[in-house]
Design a protein around this ligand. Structure first.
Ligand code: MOS
Length: 743
């Protein structure tokens, strides 16, 4: 963008903030529909088996109960296959077909639903449904000896079993300095504040879903395929999402249950998952075990990178992650080998969570890089600079922009890295061991095609609409800024609407692609609106317009003016004089040639200070410092919020988060927020975020690379590296629990 920016780059407050604070923002479960019925799920307590019988007699007699739906009486649903699977679904296997047969695939699988007049009556009756099962042998243990290669669907989507550049095994064998270790990252759950919920309402053959989703358009497509109806018969409404972290990317079985129940009842039905049900009804970050082997010359030059990952998946679907992508292009190295394997278990399917794959891969890679720095007696930043990737060697393309060196420099300076001793366990204060650690952060920048519609109203204000989602990063706000910038309006005069399939198509709100994708569509729509208005002015008759057209004109300060100066004619007067009550224009944006000529990624450097109690093994993180290259920063306030959110997630990953898995019953043991530990305020110290100057106009015309998932990348490794620096103990099994430090 070559013009001087007025609104883009400003720390604008969240435009939806007042509505949220006042309780006026309506979340999926809160839509108040007349005649609403409530549903409660009955879940399988067994990980594997067959339903023998369902005794719904007592439940049917319970107060307020209207119906009990199970495989015994549920309508058969077509579950039509997709021609091309949406990228948010598992790429192999078959989704769970709810209430269609007797088979049990995992503990927590819905086997029946009770529909009642109130939520309490539904829940109470659900407890009365007696289901008998025939138990069968299930796989409830993560056993790497059962690991297998990803199948074709995943190979095609880039999750390959093996990749090899050069000869990594040989280079490793010949390297004078090597690291070879196993890293374990446990199953983790998203735990967004808003539970997943759906209200379904049929009007004849038309279905409206009020849903928690990160992708309204795909939510509609999925339900259309499941019910075998045209997507035009479905409308998805999702104006607010109370956090998701990837859990609302795909359409889970409870959405189908809501639609099915509402169809059977011929009344609107609400399904809201309980906190405990969220641990089995939606996905999770899969337990993953990794081997990283690094070979280097004595000056730190990497000669071999081998990274192998084995993740868990379900028996009915094959979910695979991009865990090994960072190994391929984060550091310059001639010999790189990766190997990816999956272990099927009787569990619900995993799904993306907070930088899926990348956060996991970087946890292992960046810990291993720290181990290598220790082995080389080299400063960890110096080691990374030594192996700086000047291009994306995997794609063999130049970066569209990369300010990673500047991130290391700025981050180190703000952190005070030069005060660090090289020797582990050498910094103390008040009986505590002090450690400084760092890690590189990467997250690939992607962009998808998107559309938006811009309307200028008679009063001179604008409305922008697109079926995007805002799960919390500030889509409402940043998109308002983009529109305000192009239209030369103050943000107060722009209203941005999203989360409705009646609006123009928007891609998935995940993978940190929203700004690059939807933002450029908003920019294009607003620009197209001005172009249309220009054409109207040029063709209009009359003194004012003739004068404008003859002298040439430009858009500024909420209106139009002669290029050679003079008064601004505000939009309202312009539309009035043109006898227009509004003008609406659609804009589209899509990636172009740049995806063939360049590789795009966001970068960063994260620094952690930890204080470890040597007697109790407790770790505190008094401060984290991150310096990031995200291209152009649209809103430094919301972008900072993204990064500090990622840092908090990283503290969780490093020290707290872990879904405890009961191998006997094949289910989580701590499926609640009392026992699943997430960082609370007392766990979070000072979080310092800086954005280094950047503007990636090769990647897209807005110059923004996306923030979100970059924020968690590398954080857990930086904390773990700081723990090693503090204690001399290398914990390779996360989270770093106190007992792992006092062995
Ligand atoms: Mo993100 S895990 O792509 O919502």
């Amino acid at each position: 963008m070559n013009v001087e920016l007025k609104v883009i780059g400003q720390p604008v407050n969240r435009v939806d903030g007042p509505r949220k604070v006042a309780g006026e923002a309506c979340y999926a479960a809160e839509f108040d529909l007349p005649n609403l019925l409530y549903a409660a799920l009955v879940l399988s307590p067994l990980p594997a088996g067959t339903i023998v019988a369902i005794d719904a007699e007592a439940a049917q007699q319970a107060p307020g109960v209207h119906a009990i739906i199970s495989h015994e009486n549920a309508p058969r649903l077509p579950y039509e296959p997709f021609g091309k699977r949406p990228q948010v679904d598992a790429q192999s296997g078959d989704q769970l077909q709810v209430f269609q047969d007797r088979k049990i695939h995992f503990s927590g699988q819905p086997v029946a639903v009770v529909i009642a007049e109130t939520i309490e009556e539904a829940a109470c009756a659900a407890d009365l449904v007696k289901v008998t099962y025939e138990i069968s042998e299930g796989e409830t243990t993560f056993d790497p000896s059962r690991a297998r290669e990803p199948s074709r669907g995943n190979e095609k989507s880039g999750r390959r079993g093996e990749t090899e550049t050069g000869d990594a095994d040989r280079a490793l064998a010949e390297a004078p300095v090597t690291i070879d270790a196993i890293y374990v990252q446990p199953r983790e759950h998203h735990n967004a504040i808003e539970p997943h919920a759906t209200i379904a309402s049929w009007d004849g053959d038309r279905l409206t879903l009020y849903d928690k989703t990160q992708w309204p358009d795909n939510d509609r497509d999925e339900i259309a395929h499941i019910f075998g109806i045209a997507k035009e018969q479905i409308r998805v409404v999702s104006p607010f999402v109370g956090g998701a972290f990837g859990s609302a990317l795909r359409t889970w079985p409870h959405v189908t249950v809501a639609a099915l129940a509402a169809q059977v009842m011929q009344r609107p039905v609400r399904v809201e998952l309980t906190r405990r049900q969220l641990y089995t009804s939606i996905g999770f970050r899969p337990h993953t075990e990794q081997r990283v082997a690094l070979g280097a010359q004595s000056d730190g030059t990497l000669t071999a990178i081998i990274q192998e990952a084995t993740g868990q998946t379900s028996t009915y679907e094959e979910y695979a992650e991009s865990t090994l992508d960072p190994a391929q292009n984060t550091y310059a190295c001639p010999n790189i080998g990766t190997r990816y394997r999956l272990v099927e278990m009787n569990t619900n399917s995993p799904c993306p969570m907070r930088a899926p794959g990348v956060a996991t891969g970087m946890l292992a890679l960046e810990t291993a890089m720290d181990e290598l720095a220790v082995a080389l007696r080299m400063d960890p930043i110096a080691l990374r600079l030594k192996n700086h990737a000047e291009k994306d060697q995997h794609k063999d393309l130049p970066w569209s922009s990369k300010e990673l060196r500047e991130c290391y420099r700025v981050g180190a300076e703000r952190f005070g890295w030069e005060g660090r001793s090289l020797e582990p366990r050498s910094m103390h204060r008040n009986g505590l061991l002090i450690g400084y650690g760092m890690a590189t952060a990467v997250y690939p920048a992607h962009r998808a095609k998107a559309s938006a519609e811009a309307t200028l109203l008679a009063d001179g204000t604008a409305i922008i609409r697109t079926a995007a989602s805002d799960m919390g990063p500030g889509t409402y706000t940043s998109m308002t800024q983009v529109a305000a910038e192009v239209l030369n309006l103050p943000v107060e005069k722009v209203r941005f609407e999203l989360g409705d399939t009646d609006m123009p198509f928007a891609p998935v709100h995940g993978g940190s692609i929203t700004m690059a994708s939807v933002g450029t569509a908003v920019q294009a729509a607003c620009q197209a609106l001005l172009d249309d208005l220009s054409a109207v002015i040029r063709s209009a008759q009359g003194g004012l317009f003739a004068e404008l057209a003859s002298s040439d004109f430009l858009w500024r300060d909420g209106g139009v003016a002669r290029r050679d100066g003079g008064e601004v004619i505000p939009y309202a007067k312009l539309l009035h004089d043109l006898q227009l009550d509004r003008i609406t224009v659609k804009g589209n944006a899509a990636p172009g040639e740049e995806i063939k000529t360049h590789s795009s990624s966001a970068f960063g450097a994260v620094f952690a200070e930890v204080h470890v109690d040597p007697d109790f093994g407790t770790v505190r993180v008094p401060r984290l410092v991150g310096a990031y290259d995200i291209g152009r920063v649209i809103n430094p306030k919301t972008a900072r919020s993204q990064c500090i959110g990622g840092m908090v997630g990283g503290i969780g990953m490093a020290l707290l988060e872990q879904t405890e898995w009961d191998e006997r019953f094949g289910r989580p043991m701590n499926g609640n927020l009392a026992e699943y530990l997430v960082p609370v305020c007392a766990d979070v110290g000072e979080l310092d975020v800086t954005f280094v100057p950047g503007d990636d106009t090769i990647f897209n015309p807005l110059g923004a690379k996306g923030v979100a998932e970059l924020g968690i990348s590398g954080v857990a490794a930086a904390i773990g590296n700081a723990v090693h620096h503090a204690t001399g103990i290398r914990v390779r099994e996360f989270p770093i629990l106190p007992d792992r430090l006092i062995a």
